[in-house]
Design a protein around this ligand. Structure first.
Ligand SMILES: [Zn+2]
Length: 281
């Protein structure tokens, strides 16, 4: 099930967003043939992308969230469009698993710990804004929290949870963002902090429950559930037309080189892996 729940509590000046995207994410993991660690990293990146997209209210604005880092994963891209459609991919070299002792080492080697996170907002094909922050750790939740603080001026905490069983099947993919609303007081923050304890604790609670209404009520009693949206879905927007246009990016020289061997070229969509055969004559 893919689900986004939004709640607000005016007494405590806090807003809570909880997402579950197990079904959709499983679909991407299979299409992209990701291994266990890549699935975990991509999953966290994907959930964070959807959480930060909740600040996007305009239907005509598409968002591209992209990381470029120094790990074996070179690039992750998540594209959210038409408000409730999403697709994504991960570009990766083989991971050298030598000298890995801790999970932090594993994240540093695969995701990397240096690079850049870019968030592009696109309207009618034109980039209307680009927020960029430096990546200096492999903690994906922390990177996105930093993004919210510096680029969206949002005071909040978030954590995501990816649970994969031994056979590689995704058991649960969920995330929570709790952020303070304008006019919040120190007392509001202290109340929420005391309620959730540490981030690790919040993460554990999130991973264990599917009763998100109860979780909201537990964190901030008397909250109002604004919406439960189950319309979000994985969908690609590639087409034969777009594949043909990709050919225009090749030089005449490159095309005549290909033509020496064959009269057609295969274009594979990076998101959904669909193959398009484009005729060169
Ligand atoms: Zn596609």
């Amino acid at each position: 099930m893919n689900k986004i729940l939004k709640a607000i509590n005016n007494e405590l000046n806090v807003s809570i967003t909880i997402i579950e995207f197990t079904e959709g994410l499983q679909n991407i993991i299979e299409t992209q043939k990701m291994n266990l660690i890549s699935s975990t990293i991509f999953g966290k990146f994907f959930l964070n992308s959807i959480l930060i997209n909740s600040f996007n209210k305009e239907e005509k604005i598409d968002i591209n969230i992209q990381s470029k880092t120094n790990g074996s994963i070179k690039e992750i891209l998540v594209n959210i469009y038409d408000l409730n459609k999403v697709r994504g991919y991960l570009r990766e070299d083989n991971t050298d698993l030598k000298n890995i002792k801790t999970s932090v080492d594993l994240f540093n080697k695969t995701f990397g710990n240096k690079g850049e996170l870019n968030v592009f907002k696109i309207k009618e094909g034109n980039i209307i804004s680009n927020s960029s922050i430096k990546i200096d750790s492999s903690n994906i939740d922390k990177i996105f929290m930093n993004y919210l603080k510096t680029s969206e001026q949002v005071n909040g905490i978030l954590t995501t949870c990816i649970d994969i069983d031994d056979s590689g099947k995704l058991e649960c993919a969920s995330g929570i963002l709790i952020h303070m609303l304008p006019g919040f007081s120190q007392r509001d923050i202290e109340y929420i902090e005391e309620k959730i304890g540490t981030l690790e604790n919040l993460n554990k609670v999130l991973g264990k429950t599917k009763n998100y209404n109860y979780l909201v009520e537990d964190i901030a009693p008397n909250s109002k559930i604004l919406k439960v949206d189950e319309s979000f879905k994985i969908q690609c927007k590639c087409s034969e037309e777009k594949a043909k246009r990709t050919i225009n990016l090749l030089s005449d020289e490159e095309i005549s080189d290909i033509k020496k061997e064959k009269n057609e070229i295969e274009i594979i969509c990076e998101f959904c892996k669909k193959s398009y055969i484009v005729n060169l004559v």
